[in-house]
Design a protein around this ligand. Structure first.
Ligand code: ADP
Ligand code: MG
Length: 248
């Protein structure tokens, strides 16, 4: 992201974000509510447009420069290609309630990746095993706990084989006793996969543990960008220090 600005109804939500994320980095994005973290993720997922600046994923711009210097969305075909590289998991799982767990995972594999259903199901069972849900394939979302639903949502996002995964407070809606099982799945993915991961979380010890880099943002700006050790043990900025004091 280069000099990315975004406002909603006159409120400046992103005030010039410069951010380079190298391939396979595990980046934790932390900061107070309303600081613009979700907006960054939604822009990378092409769910939100920008007012100015540039956004590139894997060398491909998701915005095109128009005559006069105005950035406009690239054409739909191009956006679809770029979007295919990125997966996102939200705070609320948004599973399809009328589909089995297996079907929730295979649906996009069949319709987006055009995989034969049998092959998709084989892959989906492998992913459900990875998130510890191989015995739930025939269940429906209503029969699952929040932590299990979120693990299905993670498997479903992984099924599209993204190069980049975005996780937006995926444990915030869970009962406290269910947070650990979801964090453990994320930890395992972070350790084992080459995917680039951008993780918004309020779980500071988790962020410290799994990330290679932590960014603290506040009021639409990146305040501090450093190693987990530096951010959590010796934050330089007063704003970061105050935030960590209130949350830890
Ligand atoms: P965070 O994820 O850090 O809590 P967000 O990126 O969700 O912050 O939101 C940043 C600010 O932008 C908040 O003040 C929020 O109310 C506002 N905002 C986000 N999305 C919209 C929207 N679609 N319309 C209007 N305001 C929005
Ligand atoms: Mg948010």
């Amino acid at each position: 992201m280069r000099e990315v600005r975004k406002s909603f109804d006159g409120l400046d939500v992103l005030k010039g974000i410069d951010l380079d994320i190298p391939p396979s980095q595990k980046l934790a994005l932390i900061g107070p509510s309303g600081s613009g973290k979700s907006t960054i993720l939604r822009i990378l997922m092409t769910l939100e447009d920008i007012d100015s600046g540039r956004v590139e994923i894997d060398g491909e711009s998701i915005w095109t420069m128009q005559r006069g210097g105005q950035e406009v969305p690239a054409d739909r075909h191009h956006i679809r290609k770029v979007r295919g590289k990125v997966g996102m998991v939200f705070q609320h799982f948004n599973l399809f309630p009328h589909m089995s767990v297996l079907r929730n995972v295979t649906e996009a594999m069949v319709h987006v990746l055009h995989m034969p259903r049998e092959e998709a199901e084989k892959g989906a069972v492998d992913l459900l095993r990875l998130v510890g849900l191989e015995d739930k394939v025939e269940n429906y979302p209503a029969q699952l706990s929040g932590g299990q639903k979120q693990r299905v949502a993670i498997a479903r996002a992984l099924a599209l084989r993204p190069q980049v995964m975005l996780f937006d407070e995926v444990t915030s809606a869970l009962d406290p006793e269910l947070v650990g099982e979801v964090l453990n799945v994320l930890r395992q993915i972070a350790i084992e996969s080459e995917m680039t991961m951008l993780i918004v979380t309020h779980e500071m010890s988790f962020a410290q543990d799994i990330s290679d880099r932590v960014i603290f943002m506040a009021e639409g700006k990146i305040i501090e960008d450093d190693t987990p050790d530096a951010i959590f043990s010796r934050p330089k900025q007063k704003r970061t220090q105050e935030f960590l004091r209130t949350i830890l």
